[in-house]
Design a protein around this ligand. Sequence first.
Ligand code: ZN
Length: 67
Amino acid sequence: MRYSMGNNPITCPCCRHDSFQKDYRQLNSRGATFFGIDWANRNAIILVCEQCSYISWFLNEPDEHRR
Ligand SMILES: [Zn+2]
Protein backbone atom coordinates (compact mmCIF):
# COMPACT_ATOMS: atom_id res chain seq x y z
CA MET A 1 0.00 0.00 0.00
CA ARG A 2 1.17 3.52 -0.75
CA TYR A 3 0.62 6.40 1.66
CA SER A 4 0.78 10.16 1.74
CA MET A 5 0.75 12.84 4.43
CA GLY A 6 -1.04 15.94 3.20
CA ASN A 7 -0.11 16.21 -0.46
CA ASN A 8 3.27 14.56 -0.01
CA PRO A 9 3.69 10.91 -0.94
CA ILE A 10 5.59 8.99 1.74
CA THR A 11 8.75 7.27 0.61
CA CYS A 12 11.18 5.23 2.67
CA PRO A 13 14.04 7.42 3.97
CA CYS A 14 16.35 4.42 3.73
CA CYS A 15 15.74 2.91 0.26
CA ARG A 16 13.19 5.29 -1.35
CA HIS A 17 10.66 2.48 -1.76
CA ASP A 18 7.04 3.74 -1.74
CA SER A 19 5.03 0.75 -0.50
CA PHE A 20 4.48 0.03 3.19
CA GLN A 21 2.58 -2.17 5.59
CA LYS A 22 0.71 -0.20 8.24
CA ASP A 23 0.49 -1.13 11.91
CA TYR A 24 -0.26 0.57 15.23
CA ARG A 25 1.78 0.87 18.39
CA GLN A 26 0.64 2.13 21.77
CA LEU A 27 2.70 5.00 23.10
CA ASN A 28 3.06 4.11 26.77
CA SER A 29 4.00 6.46 29.59
CA ARG A 30 7.68 5.57 29.29
CA GLY A 31 7.56 6.50 25.62
CA ALA A 32 5.79 9.74 26.48
CA THR A 33 8.55 10.60 28.92
CA PHE A 34 11.11 9.79 26.25
CA PHE A 35 9.52 12.24 23.85
CA GLY A 36 9.01 14.79 26.62
CA ILE A 37 5.41 15.39 25.62
CA ASP A 38 2.18 14.10 27.12
CA TRP A 39 1.35 11.54 24.44
CA ALA A 40 0.53 8.75 26.93
CA ASN A 41 -2.10 6.28 25.80
CA ARG A 42 -2.07 7.59 22.28
CA ASN A 43 -1.65 5.28 19.32
CA ALA A 44 1.18 5.86 16.91
CA ILE A 45 0.99 4.69 13.33
CA ILE A 46 3.97 2.86 11.96
CA LEU A 47 4.69 2.20 8.30
CA VAL A 48 7.04 -0.69 7.62
CA CYS A 49 8.87 -0.48 4.30
CA GLU A 50 8.05 -3.60 2.26
CA GLN A 51 11.51 -3.59 0.72
CA CYS A 52 14.01 -2.89 3.53
CA SER A 53 11.77 -3.12 6.66
CA TYR A 54 12.64 0.41 7.81
CA ILE A 55 9.95 1.66 10.23
CA SER A 56 8.55 5.18 9.90
CA TRP A 57 6.53 6.52 12.85
CA PHE A 58 3.54 8.86 12.59
CA LEU A 59 1.20 10.40 15.13
CA ASN A 60 -1.44 11.24 12.53
CA GLU A 61 -3.04 8.71 10.23
CA PRO A 62 -1.50 8.87 6.73
CA ASP A 63 -3.80 8.73 3.69
CA GLU A 64 -3.89 5.38 1.91
CA HIS A 65 -3.63 5.04 -1.85
CA ARG A 66 -4.71 1.92 -3.60
CA ARG A 67 -2.83 1.15 -6.78
ZN1 ZN B 1 12.95 0.95 2.58
